[in-house]
Design a binder for this molecule. Structure first.
Ligand SMILES: [Zn+2]
Length: 273
């Protein structure tokens, strides 16, 4: 599943389309997670892409007449291809841009169709999917005071707390396990029993893990390819994720697997308390 770092890498890869004008839109399948606006072609034709930003795992493609909110869902991916490239089975949407006289196609592929492309005329930050999101993990707003204030009221495992997008966005399953290992905190520990000092280390660890994943081009085990078609390679550097029964990289212990809220969680009993 594409996580925040993959979405950020996608956003950076789409930068060549900024200031380009749309000359065609082709929707081959309107049924994504929510139906694609049937008038999308009419709406976007001749519009210039003004900016591309990101909020959580949502890409915000701002045009002069509104914003296209894009989510990659479980298996979505975006590539920039030439107009000669024949669409494949799951290539559902093409947005065709004129980039300084060259034709470039933003192509959306999604095998499972849990992704979304939602048009809004309003400020996208007021959209119901976006306005309730917690702070960005790399922002100053996400700090030890903020997180401690929340965890002291929570009885659920700390891993569930940091994976809640209303608390902080973008800490997916892989990054949660990796951040907790880096902080020496067991994923199943009750949130409210964690000391302020530990929360401070956890906040720093989340920032380090997410930043590193963005720098490495995103972490992907299966579905994600960055816009130039290269798969991310951060998975080779996981310390605990998907390493059940393997040796800990930090001690002579081994990595354990535990299900928390139906999600696989990995940790070292010796290193994490
Ligand atoms: Zn260990």
């Amino acid at each position: 599943m594409p996580e925040l770092p993959e979405v950020e890498v996608t956003r950076l890869g789409l930068a060549p389309l900024i200031n380009a004008t749309v000359y065609n839109v082709e929707v081959r399948n309107f049924s994504l997670r929510w139906p694609v606006n049937p008038n999308l072609k009419k709406i976007l034709n001749s519009q210039k892409l003004i900016s591309l930003s990101r909020r959580g795992k949502y890409l915000l493609a701002v045009f002069s007449n509104g914003c296209l909110i894009i989510h990659l869902g479980m298996s979505g991916r975006i590539s920039i291809v030439s107009e000669k490239k024949i669409p494949l089975k799951h290539d559902h949407i093409d947005i065709c841009f004129n980039v300084d006289g060259n034709k470039k196609i933003l192509r959306y592929n999604d095998t499972r169709r849990f992704g979304a492309m939602i048009w809004t005329d309003d400020n996208p930050f007021n959209h119901k999917l976006i306005c309730t999101l917690g702070p960005e993990p790399l922002s100053d707003e996400f700090n030890a005071d903020y997180l401690f204030d929340i965890v002291k009221r929570k009885t659920q495992p700390i891993k569930s707390t940091i994976m809640d997008s209303h608390i902080v966005v973008g800490v997916g399953n892989i990054y949660a396990s990796e951040s907790l290992f880096l902080s020496s905190i067991r994923p199943q520990r009750q949130s409210k029993k964690i000391k302020k000092k530990e929360i401070s280390v956890l906040v720093d660890s989340i920032k380090i893990v997410i930043q590193k994943a963005i720098e490495r081009g995103g972490s992907t085990l299966n579905d994600f390819y960055s816009v130039n078609g290269q798969s991310g390679y951060f998975q080779n550097e996981h310390k605990v994720y998907a390493r059940e029964n393997e040796c800990c990289t930090n001690c002579d212990g081994k990595i354990y697997l535990l299900k928390i809220a139906q999600r696989s969680s990995f940790y070292c009993k010796k290193c994490q308390k």
